[in-house]
Design a protein around this ligand. Structure first.
Ligand SMILES: Cc1cc2nc3c(=O)[nH]c(=O)nc-3n(C[C@H](O)[C@H](O)[C@H](O)COP(=O)(O)OP(=O)(O)OC[C@H]3O[C@@H](n4cnc5c(N)ncnc54)[C@H](O)[C@@H]3O)c2cc1C
Length: 256
């Protein structure tokens, strides 16, 4: 089911060849680079863009490879326009002809066979959820719970039975909406079967949701947890946890 792992690679120069609005808050940026020609990727691998803050300081921001066209050396990145950080700014302003560098592909998620899969996350993980869901075998059912602002954030997700959760004007990044929906989720004939869980989104929210998934019968070791961003903190501080609040369990944060 999975291609051989592509190891982290040197910095790749790429050119933006297309930029289109998918929704009012999600923009698809297509990159082309010779070094991605013929590459084999796993679902939801990502690249680390080398960007600059307004001060000129170099920063890295990670974006999921939503689609790859290895024959053309092209990658589609779906960038959430959530604010004014360097990643969001790049997504909002990238134009065909722009140049950008990235490292990667990164990410070690291996899809393993299971009787069912439960994909959970916020809109920053929508590209990953869609990529993973589309890669699952047709005979392995998937449920997806995706928290977004409102209906205008919806995007197609193949294969999975998707439950969209609208936070409206509430702040992004809390676990409550997803937790309540997970507790109420009708598992019908799937309960009791050894499913796999995937949690991708705001770091502390995803940690909190792990216990909820375990409460729904998914084994601790069958849950993949990946923090994608941290409330109130730019990404350059990701991985540095305040002393009393642990970031995701790195033993299960296996996407690199
Ligand atoms: C493996 C991986 C794959 C990812 N794939 C994608 C992807 O495909 N598409 C995508 O859009 N993002 C993706 N992300 C998340 C993205 O890297 C972060 O959201 C990143 O912080 C965005 O950088 P920024 O410069 O826009 O904001 P930053 O400078 O990092 O942060 C500025 C402010 O914005 C807030 N913020 C950051 N991200 C969000 C958010 N999503 N929602 C609300 N507030 C936010 C921060 O708390 C901070 O206050 C991925 C992350 C990882 C680790």
């Amino acid at each position: 089911m999975t291609a051989p792992l592509v190891r982290r690679s040197p910095t790749h120069p790429a050119k933006v060849v297309a930029a289109v609005d998918l929704t009012p808050r999600m923009r698809r940026i297509t990159l082309r680079t010779e070094s991605m020609r013929g590459i084999e990727l796993r679902p939801a691998q990502d690249v680390e863009l080398l960007l600059r803050e307004p001060s000129g300081r170099r920063v890295k921001r990670r974006y999921t490879i939503r689609h790859a066209r290895p024959d053309a050396g092209e990658l589609d990145l779906d960038v959430l326009l959530h604010g004014s950080g360097p990643g969001s700014h790049w997504g909002a302003t990238a134009r065909p002809g722009d140049e950008v560098e990235f490292q990667g592909p990164r990410g070690k998620l291996e899809l393993r066979p299971a009787p069912w899969h439960l994909l959970v996350g916020d809109e920053s993980a929508l590209p990953a959820i869609a990529a993973i869901s589309a890669a699952l075998p047709v005979d392995e059912p998937a449920l997806a719970l995706i928290e977004v602002g409102d209906e205008s954030d919806h995007l197609p997700v193949d294969h999975a039975d998707v439950h969209w959760l609208h936070r409206g004007t509430a702040s992004a990044g809390g676990p409550d909406l997803l937790a309540a929906a997970l507790e109420d989720l009708d598992l019908a004939g799937l309960a009791g079967l050894p499913g796999r869980g995937y949690l991708m989104g705001e770091s502390r929210a995803m940690v909190a949701l792990r216990a909820v998934l375990e409460g729904r019968g998914i084994a601790h070791d069958a849950i993949f947890v990946k923090g994608y961003w941290n409330v109130g903190r730019p990404d350059r501080l990701a991985g540095r946890a305040p002393s009393r609040q642990p970031l995701p369990d790195r033993a299960h944060d296996v996407s690199g």
